[in-house]
Design a protein around this ligand. Structure first.
Ligand SMILES: Nc1ncnc2c1ncn2[C@@H]1O[C@H](COP(=O)(O)OP(=O)(O)OP(=O)(O)O)[C@@H](O)[C@H]1O
Length: 304
């Protein structure tokens, strides 16, 4: 379990984290979501004892990081995949961490296999792609077999196969009963990976809620429709209460009606539709909506 309470961190005039309180529970993937610069990395660094808070606390398993007796066995983290000596092999990198963290050397081979780097374990990490470095960073996080893991933007730079692999790994770590916190600025990514969301903006808590509840509230507002008869279709949809915006040469962006309803209305009126898709609001759209009405912040925080 991770408990962040009233955490505040300032850098000069910038308040990177502002009175942030949330709890990350075991057995599920918690997405830590916020736009770039919203304070995610600073919060993760504070949890790992790498930033001293101006106020508040960040505890792992009930203790501040500095009081953990065997930190690698208690919390693993991927913060910056670039932080590897380029001249060292993946195996040597992990071996050095294992020795320093009092982890059995046997784990090195195990985690290398687990992240799919077994074949390249003795190659210099300097020649690794970003995706391979991410895998190496994840291997380092798992080295001490910790009950708590944190990953900062783990899918950055990964190819589609790598992204699927990370999603699956997060889910299986949570299914094993671990506490899993994954940061991202992409709501679409979190919708596929996380069970629960902690959403922040400008260092403050915006939502602490289930992914389904969050998406039901914010994620499915718009439908994209492509039709060679969009003028007539727009008329029909407006008659049924929809908000309609023109986009490109053949597209409509529709609010207020579901995909099914739009398809039915088009069919009933004999209007051709070439594409019909629910469009997930971007995180930026969601933030615009959320910041417009600060009362909503309170409503979304169920704390579970
Ligand atoms: N060491 C530092 N010195 C000065 N300002 C900092 C420092 N670290 C972070 N900040 C500032 O604090 C704010 C929050 O940054 P942070 O990196 O925590 O956000 P983030 O949500 O992780 O964003 P990103 O995904 O872009 O890293 C930003 O305005 C950033 O410029």
């Amino acid at each position: 379990m991770i408990e962040v309470t009233e955490l505040t961190k300032r850098f000069g005039r910038v308040t990177a984290v502002d009175g942030l309180t949330f709890t990350v529970r075991p057995g599920r993937v918690t997405g830590f979501l916020g736009p770039n610069g919203s304070g995610k990395s600073t919060t993760l660094r504070a949890i790992l004892g790498l930033e001293a808070p101006d106020r508040g606390t960040a505890l792992v398993g009930g203790l501040p990081y500095r009081d953990l007796r065997h930190p690698l066995h208690q919390v693993g983290a991927l913060l910056d995949a670039g932080a590897v000596h380029p001249g060292r092999s993946a195996r040597a990198h992990l071996m050095a961490l294992a020795v320093a963290g009092r982890v059995g050397r046997r784990r090195v081979g195990e985690v290398l296999e687990q992240v799919g780097l077994g074949q390249v374990a003795d190659q210099r990490a300097g020649g690794f792609s970003l995706g391979m470095r991410q895998r190496l960073g994840i291997a380092a996080a798992l080295l001490g077999d910790p009950p708590v893991v944190m990953f900062d933007e783990p899918v950055n730079g990964l190819d589609p196969e790598g992204i699927r692999w990370v999603r699956q790994l997060m889910k299986s770590l949570a299914a094993e009963g671990r506490t899993v916190l994954v940061s991202s600025h992409l709501m679409s990514e979190m919708a596929l990976t996380a069970d629960h969301l902690v959403v922040i903006g400008r260092g403050r808590l915006i939502a602490d809620t289930g992914v389904k509840a969050f998406l039901a509230e914010h994620g499915t507002g718009q439908v994209q429709v492509r039709s060679p008869a969009r003028g007539s279709l727009a008329g029909v949809l407006r008659e049924h209460g929809a908000g309609v915006e023109y986009q490109g040469s053949q597209e409509l962006l529709v609010t207020g009606l579901t995909v099914d309803r739009i398809g039915d209305l088009a069919a009933r009126n004999g209007l051709p539709v070439h594409e019909l898709a629910a469009r997930q609001a971007s995180l930026e759209d969601v933030f615009m909506n959320l910041t417009r009405d600060s009362v909503e912040y309170q409503g979304m925080c169920d704390g579970n």
